[in-house]
Design a protein around this ligand. Structure first.
Ligand code: HH2
Length: 425
């Protein structure tokens, strides 16, 4: 059937994702393979934000970007010298960055460091990312879909399931159920960190965990993390066989940094403002993404300086921890940005109150579907691990996502196009 006149050329915006898919779409025009290799690098703009570019540096940066065919946005006050510095958003394709970065490295006023940081962020964001999250004893392979970290709360007062698994036999049985439902790792927690929760002493926390860590490690094959803010609890848990320390205080404590470095545990560095007792009074922030990003950069740098192996670090923006519901939603919306830090990203949205705020589901147990939707969204943004109370529905949803993503990541035919998508830039 001949096409109708209005649609003679069937103009269609291509909804493409990863560079592999871009390359295959270009190949499908039967374009010259070498041309496909060149065009892949032109097919997407990577916007990169840098903070506090000095007054003298900002115009130079914009000029260099314009010279390679990109652009840069900065404060109007740069032109009339009414500001001392400005955040700047760089706009360029990967091909344009390849021309830009060597030029920037020859410029003064901090632009060499801008170039280094931009390149590092781009490679971390657009690269394939870590293939494994290595723990003290066991390793979590990071595959085509996010790994699912199943939550076992051995607490009387957790916000969604407090008291259900306080008995060791119930907690151990819960761990086994979650693994049978497809959990790729388990997170054992013995202190609630919900807003305003009563703090638990390290001794009391360990009394809850002790009968469970060894038993769970002995019964399941998957890596086990322990959700604790206390260095002594972390040390004992890793000695008892736990693989990862999940620290909601992001290794702020020097003793915790030392334990993680010494035991060789994997670590989830999570962002929280204040403590669980105070965090909801500390939510003011004009730019939550910038603040959380900078804080995680500082926390991870400090951990590496203290001897923690960078290959064993994952980061987590900490939804709900010292954030308003709007801020948690904003962090979820832009969670992919955190990949620029160069560590696998962990995200815990499961049953949290911002999901209730967004959907009207008042009870935590009524937020399962919203949590699954958040996990799928996070998968699409390149999150490596999702932490959830609801393993079975999350695994099912992510299996579908994985099938879709695998199709998008099928390699292009030609050697030239494959080379262009290598490193995923
Ligand atoms: N959320 C909670 C606890 N620990 N750890 C990480 N890395 N990320 C999170 O988002 C996160 C976390 C809160 O959930 P839950 O453990 O179910 O609640 P409670 O702290 O009340 O036990």
């Amino acid at each position: 059937m001949s096409p109708p006149e209005r649609h003679r050329f069937a103009a269609r915006v291509l909804d493409w994702g990863p560079p592999t898919e871009i390359a295959r779409e270009l190949e499908a025009t039967e374009s010259d393979p070498e041309g496909v290799g060149i065009m892949v690098r032109k097919a997407r703009i990577y916007p990169v934000r840098v903070e506090e570019v000095a007054l003298k540096a900002a115009p130079l940066l914009k000029q260099e970007l314009l010279a390679v065919g990109g652009d840069a946005a900065h404060a109007r006050g740069i032109a009339d010298h009414s500001v001392a510095s400005s955040p700047t958003v760089l706009l360029a394709t990967w091909g344009q960055y390849q021309h830009l970065l060597p030029k920037l490295r020859r410029q003064p006023f901090g632009l060499r460091q801008v170039a280094d940081e931009v390149e590092r962020a781009l490679r971390a964001y657009a690269g394939r990312g870590a293939t494994h999250f290595v723990g003290a004893h066991r390793t979590l392979p990071l595959g085509a879909r996010p790994s699912v970290l199943g939550v076992v709360n051995i607490t009387p007062d957790s916000f969604s399931d407090g008291g259900r698994f306080l008995e060791p036999s119930a907690a151990i049985a819960r761990a086994e159920v979650l693994v049978s439902e497809g959990a790729d790792a388990l997170d054992l927690g013995a202190e609630s960190t919900r807003p305003g929760a009563t703090p638990v002493s390290p001794d009391a926390e360990w009394r809850r965990l002790e009968p469970i860590v060894g038993a769970v490690v002995g019964r399941v094959m998957v890596p086990v993390s322990v959700d604790t803010r206390h260095a002594e609890v972390a040390r004992r848990a890793v000695d008892a066989g736990a693989d990862v320390v999940n620290d909601v205080e992001g290794l702020r404590d020097e003793a915790m940094r030392a334990v993680v470095a010494r035991t060789g545990a994997g670590v989830i560095v999570m962002h929280m403002r204040g403590t669980p007792a105070t965090m909801q009074q500390e939510t003011a922030s004009p730019d939550v993404r910038r603040d959380v990003y900078r804080a995680l950069a500082a926390l991870t740098d400090r951990a590496v300086d203290a001897g923690v192996d960078a290959a064993k670090i994952a980061v987590d923006p900490g939804l709900g921890f010292g954030k308003t519901a709007e801020q948690s939603l904003e962090l979820l919306a832009h969670v992919g940005e955190f990949r620029s830090l160069g560590y696998p990203v962990v995200l815990g949205a499961s049953r949290k109150s911002f999901l209730g705020w967004a959907t009207g589901a008042d009870e935590p147990a009524a937020r399962v579907d919203a949590g699954v939707a958040a996990a799928v969204y996070a998968a699409d943004r390149g999150v490596a691990v999702v932490r959830t109370h609801d393993v079975a529905p999350t695994v099912q949803a992510l299996r579908l996502w994985e099938r879709i993503e695998t199709a998008r990541r099928r390699l292009p035919e030609s050697r030239e196009a494959r080379a262009a998508t290598d490193g995923e830039l």
